[in-house]
Design a protein around this ligand. Structure first.
Ligand code: AMP
Ligand code: ZN
Length: 113
């Protein structure tokens, strides 16, 4: 999708620090990490948010979730991690291309801010 920064990253139109890639997803390090390790996992297909997931995305969404542990292992998250999908205005989603935040290498707090 034109004008989508994460589509541009998926297409390699703008650079990113890639942690994992295959034909369906890309994982890259966040520019402004909120933890010692902070990776974003995105579908290469443009899906704006969790609110925009369709029945046809069932397999892709399941695929993303099954890959989390593999990406976590690749980036050294050997003692647990947190996964976050900010959605919509109250969820404070800033980039309108669905992304899974994978954060770790520090103890997280609860409740989240
Ligand atoms: P969210 O606020 O959940 O929409 O998260 C968007 C995330 O994308 C933020 O953590 C940003 O730091 C990150 N981000 C924005 N642009 C880039 C970029 N070009 N490369 C890596 N991370 C980015
Ligand atoms: Zn996009």
């Amino acid at each position: 999708m034109a004008d989508c920064i994460f589509c541009m990253i998926a297409n390699k139109d703008i650079p990113s620090n890639i942690a994992y890639e295959d034909d369906k997803i890309l994982a890259f390090h966040d520019l402004e990490p909120q933890a010692p390790v902070h990776v974003l996992i995105i579908p290469k297909k443009h899906i704006a948010s969790l609110d925009d997931v369709q029945n046809e995305d069932l397999e892709l969404m399941g695929y993303i979730m099954t890959k989390v542990k593999e990406v976590a292992e690749k980036v050294g998250l050997d003692n647990g991690y947190r996964v976050v999908i900010n959605t919509g205005e109250d969820g404070m989603q800033t980039v309108k291309h669905l992304h899974v935040h994978l954060l770790g290498k520090r103890k997280m707090t609860w409740p989240p801010g």
